[in-house]
Structures are given as structure tokens and as C-alpha cells.
Write a protein that binds this ligand. Structure first.
Ligand SMILES: Nc1nc2c(c(=O)[nH]1)N[C@H]1C(S)=C(S)[C@@H](COP(=O)(O)O)O[C@H]1N2
Ligand SMILES: [Mo]
Length: 256
């Protein structure tokens, strides 16, 4: 039988290596323990039941901040009581609203995520999110304005609800009608503004066909041109998305 022979020198070397490994192992446990001690001794964030350690909360909050930050940063457009809202709401612009090319029963909002996969949302999906009213002075660059009452869901709530965190960090949102005839590009801060809604009601009733049934954009920080009626597809870009009226010589941002 062949014996496995280890000379004295080699044996000592292995013993020494084992010791080193053993000591390193304990040092690492010690470091992990110290890290854990540090973490549990951090001040709590003061939430209900004392909350959680601030460093942990910071990680949890990072995503939330992207969205909630828009509330503290943004200046609100003046709102009015419902009684001030026009009963006869002016209809202006019908590009992309041709009924012959639109099947309301099969409509779904398409949200193209930056990874390239698309979310398909029904109107009922959208209605599950908190509904808000926006009653403000709608302004068209042609020179008219009208106090009007719209209801729907905050665009920022849709972004947050569907976890569109990476998308919210892009520079622009592009929106386009189902027939691709009308389209707008919106800068991200304006899209995430707390008064920007995906709107499905006007004066408390479903949107009329000529006002963008089933879903339109209401974006009070912008002029009428950006309030695209009948949204089909939403996408996120770092370059300016194509914009119907910008192509025809109007200012791309048209804020007021
Ligand atoms: N699909 C579509 N959306 C559109 C337009 C249009 O021609 N097509 N016109 C825009 C313009 S210029 C204005 S002022 C508002 C008018 O909205 P209203 O018809 O509800 O008053 O819609 C905007 N959204
Ligand atoms: Mo307009």
C-alpha cells in the first residue's frame, strides 16, 4: 500500500495556514457582527412602533423619493370650485380622433417600459388607482381659456404603482393616439407634476368621444396642445419625442 507521506516542514506549513484561515474567519465574523451592531444601534426613523433603522429606511425610501419629490418641488396651478367649471366645454382639434379607425371595446393603454416590454392597461385597471379632480383654467395658444373640470389618476401614481422607477429617470414622456396621428412630447418634471392626470371624466361623466374617450392627458402646467386626447401608447425617452405642434413651429415646451 502506498502511504501518503508528509514531511515535517510541509506539515508545519499546513498547520500555520490552517491557523491563519481560522483567525481570518473569526475576524470576518467579528466584522459582520460589528456591522450588525452598528446598524441596530442606528437611530430609528420614528415610524409607527418605533420604525426601522435609518440606513434601512434610506434604501427603502430611495425609490419612493423619486416620485414623492415631485410634490415638494412643484408649484401648483390655481384650482377652482366645481361650480366655476364650464358646462359647455369647448372642443378644439380632432387629429387622431377619427371614429372609423377606433375600436373602443378593444382599446388598451400601452405603456412601453424602457426594457422594451409593454404593459397593457384597461380603463378598469386605471380606475383602480386613486381618482382626483382637477378644476383649472385650460388655456389654448389660440388665445382662449376656460375653467374646466377633469377627473382621473395622477400620472405619477401610475408610474409608482407599476414600478416605473427607471422610466421616471428618463428625460421625456412620449404619448401618441392609437392611430398615431397626434402625438406629444412632455418633459419628465411636467409629466410627474401632481396635477398632471390621465383623465377619463369631464364634468363627472365619461369623456365624450371628441374630447378623447377613453383617456386623455390633462397637464395644467402646459398649454392645450400638450393635452393629447385619446392616448394609445406611452413611452419614455432621453431625446425629445416627436411632437405634432412642435413640428408645425410651436415651442416644444409650451408651458405657462
Ligand atoms: N388627439 C388630439 N388631441 C388634442 C388635439 C388634437 O387635435 N388631437 N388638439 C389639442 C389642442 S390644440 C387643444 S387646445 C386641446 C383641446 O381640448 P378640448 O377639445 O377638450 O377643448 O386638445 C389638444 N389635444
Ligand atoms: Mo390648442
Amino acid at each position: 500500500m502506498q502511504e501518503f507521506i508528509v514531511d515535517d516542514k510541509t506539515a508545519k506549513k499546513y498547520t500555520r495556514r490552517s491557523w491563519i484561515a481560522f483567525i481570518v474567519f473569526f475576524l470576518m465574523i467579528g466584522a459582520a457582527f460589528a456591522g450588525w451592531k452598528w446598524l441596530v444601534n442606528q437611530p430609528l426613523d420614528g415610524g409607527i412602533r418605533g420604525g426601522i433603522q435609518q440606513p434601512l429606511r434610506n434604501v427603502l425610501s430611495a425609490n419612493e423619493k423619486i416620485f414623492s419629490g415631485v410634490f415638494s418641488k412643484s408649484k401648483l396651478v390655481k384650482e377652482y370650485p366645481k361650480s366655476a367649471a364650464a358646462k359647455n366645454v369647448r372642443v378644439n382639434g380632432d387629429v387622431g380622433l377619427d371614429e372609423d379607425f377606433f375600436d373602443a371595446s378593444s382599446w388598451k393603454l400601452q405603456i412601453v417600459r424602457s426594457k422594451g416590454d409593454t404593459l397593457f392597461l384597461t380603463l378598469d385597471d386605471i380606475k383602480k388607482l386613486p381618482k382626483i379632480d382637477v378644476i383649472y383654467n385650460f388655456k389654448c395658444i389660440e388665445g382662449w381659456s376656460q375653467v374646466t373640470w377633469w377627473s382621473g389618476v395622477r400620472f405619477v401614481d401610475v408610474m409608482q404603482h407599476y414600478g416605473l422607477t427607471n422610466e421616471a429617470q428618463m428625460k421625456y414622456v412620449g404619448m401618441i393616439t392609437p392611430d398615431e396621428e397626434y402625438y406629444v412630447g412632455i418633459d419628465m418634471p411636467s409629466a410627474l407634476h401632481p396635477q398632471t392626470i390621465l383623465c377619463y371624466e369631464m364634468n363627472g361623466k365619461p369623456l365624450p368621444m371628441n374630447q378623447g374617450y377613453p383617456l386623455r392627458l390633462i397637464i395644467p402646467v402646459k398649454y392645450g396642445v400638450k393635452h393629447i386626447k385619446r392616448v394609445g401608447t406611452i413611452s419614455f425617452e432621453n431625446e425629445k419625442p416627436k411632437d405634432y405642434w412642435a413640428e408645425r413651429g410651436y415651442d416644444y415646451y409650451t408651458g405657462h
